[in-house]
Design a protein around this ligand. Structure first.
Ligand SMILES: Nc1ncnc2c1ncn2[C@@H]1O[C@H](COP(=O)(O)OP(=O)(O)OP(=O)(O)O)[C@@H](O)[C@H]1O
Ligand SMILES: [Mg+2]
Length: 277
């Protein structure tokens, strides 16, 4: 290779590196944009609940009613705090550091953000969490992965459906499996290899909730799983549904549990009273 050709090669490599970084930034902003859209609606919902109970409390002078109103206000305010903390955390924390993380909690916080949306599109969420060790992950990044998988699933079920979310410990590989399965339209076999490519999308731009359509979601998921030395797998059947399985590393410092199977809890998301859509 001539001196010039070698230099050109280096400069091309640098350009690829810069473009990769820009792509990662675009992926991050897409995820953040979706999160902000979701949380603004959700936050408004919580505020309405607080307002309604505050009004009720000021109208009724008896202690039991007022106690009940305060309880509701407190619960809603806590919910609002969780929601804003999630967004602030994601916006601020750009570190790629990984730490022992409770995936069940992370999942619950993420589902909380999408509760209203799932209700609106008549998606019933069923959770089955086994007892699992802590995972060694970057919580923000895994939350971005979850948001994309959950929103994809919701969008695949235009007329409502079911969403199963599972957490289990794969003792053989010492990994944690996180499964997101939907009863949606499914993906044709010939399209499956394409879905992880950047900009591959079958959506015609953002839907009525302002989500989807850039085709960056799953490529971001794949990149994030790669930096975690994890894996992402998809199984799909047209007309029946799709399941994405994430394999995530166990935090080595955490005491390992034998992961006894606890009775699965089916938790259909039911509409909260006094909410708006
Ligand atoms: N659960 C699913 N059910 C059916 N099809 C899916 C599912 N998840 C992904 N897909 C298909 O894979 C494509 C790529 O998904 P990806 O998340 O990368 O992009 P997107 O959702 O179209 O846009 P973005 O996530 O960037 O807003 C989707 O357009 C859709 O065709
Ligand atoms: Mg998507």
């Amino acid at each position: 290779m001539t001196h010039n050709a070698a230099e050109e090669m280096i400069s091309l490599k640098q350009q690829v590196e810069i473009l990769k970084q820009q792509l990662a930034q675009a992926q991050r902003l897409t995820a953040l944009g979706e999160l902000v859209g979701t949380t603004t609606h959700e936050f408004n919902n919580v505020l309405m609940t607080i307002l309604n109970y505050a009004k009720m409390g000021s109208r009724h002078k008896d202690a039991p009613t007022r106690d009940k109103c305060f309880e509701k206000i407190l619960a809603s305010a806590n919910r609002a705090a969780t929601i804003t903390n999630t967004v602030l955390g994601m916006a601020r924390n750009r570190s790629s550091g990984q730490e022992p993380t409770d995936l069940a909690k992370l999942l619950d916080n993420t589902l909380l953000l999408l509760e209203r949306e799932m209700n609106k599109y008549r998606v019933v969420v069923e959770k089955q969490y086994q007892q699992i060790p802590l995972a060694m992950v970057n919580g923000n990044q895994i939350q971005q992965v979850l948001l994309n998988l959950l929103i994809n699933a919701r969008q695949a079920m235009a007329n409502g459906g079911r969403l199963w979310i599972k957490l289990l410990y794969d003792a053989q590989n010492d990994m944690i499996d996180l499964v997101v399965r939907d009863s949606g339209c499914g993906i044709p076999a010939d399209k499956l290899p394409k879905i992880f490519e950047s900009f591959y999308t079958t959506k015609k731009g953002p839907d009525a909730s302002g989500k989807g359509g850039t085709g960056l979601g799953l490529s971001m998921c794949r990149d994030i799983l790669e930096t975690h030395h994890g894996r992402i797998r998809v199984d799909s059947s047209v007309g029946k549904g799709t399941a994405f399985t994430l394999k995530l590393p166990v935090a080595k410092t955490a005491p390992k549990t034998a992961a006894p199977i606890v009775a699965p809890v089916a938790t259909p998301v039911s509409p909260t009273p006094m909410t708006t859509t």
